[in-house]
Design a protein around this ligand. Structure first.
Ligand SMILES: [Fe+2]
Ligand SMILES: [Fe+2]
Length: 178
């Protein structure tokens, strides 16, 4: 351990920072694979966009005796998924990639599905399934980024925590319906 230097010396750090300044936040010390990072983040972006669309559909289609409170929850989730999409798109640009907003292939890139559902209970169940898919796929992405890209990892950790809240909200709504 003694011969393993903990930090790069200051002179080297300063010299490296001056090279390829056009890469902005992506420095020589970025040990991750930027192409893979952007691809993964574009899948997360597609997942969030599909979730926005599904929650919006459910918000406008919610009807019945319990509809008002549930619709409000759908709308809140839709807005939060939009916030996640924006964070992810911003990070992709920081990594010098391009956020993919192309509707063509959106559902293929997304991990979560777009299911319209008929009844209110159906909609809640489908949203819960989608959240559970997002939770597992973001957890894997977090493991992938690890210490190679702590910024992308921390962003996804924040998003994951909110997807867990969403899943918890939905399961409570389902309980209330019975
Ligand atoms: Fe989300
Ligand atoms: Fe969510």
């Amino acid at each position: 351990m003694a011969d393993k230097p903990f930090l790069t010396d200051i002179k080297t750090l300063r010299e490296r920072a001056r090279k390829h300044i056009e890469n902005g936040a992506v420095t020589e010390g970025y040990v991750g694979d930027v192409t893979t990072a952007v691809k993964i983040l574009n899948e997360a972006l597609a997942t969030e966009i599909v979730c926005v669309l599904r929650y919006k559909r459910h918000y406008f289609m919610a009807s019945g005796i319990n509809a008002e409170g549930v619709a409000a929850e759908f709308l809140q989730h839709a807005n939060e998924e939009q916030g996640h999409a924006d964070l992810i798109a911003q990070r992709i640009v920081q990594l010098k990639g391009e956020p993919n907003f192309n509707p063509d292939g959106l559902l293929t890139r997304s991990h979560a599905e777009y299911v319209e559902g008929t009844s209110l209970v159906d909609m809640i169940k489908e949203d819960l399934v989608a959240e559970r898919i997002a939770i597992d796929s973001y957890r894997e992405m977090i493991n992938y980024f690890g210490n190679d890209d702590p910024t992308s990892r921390r962003m996804l950790e924040g998003i994951l925590a909110m997807e867990e809240e969403h899943a918890d909200d939905l399961v409570n709504l389902l309980d209330d319906m019975h």
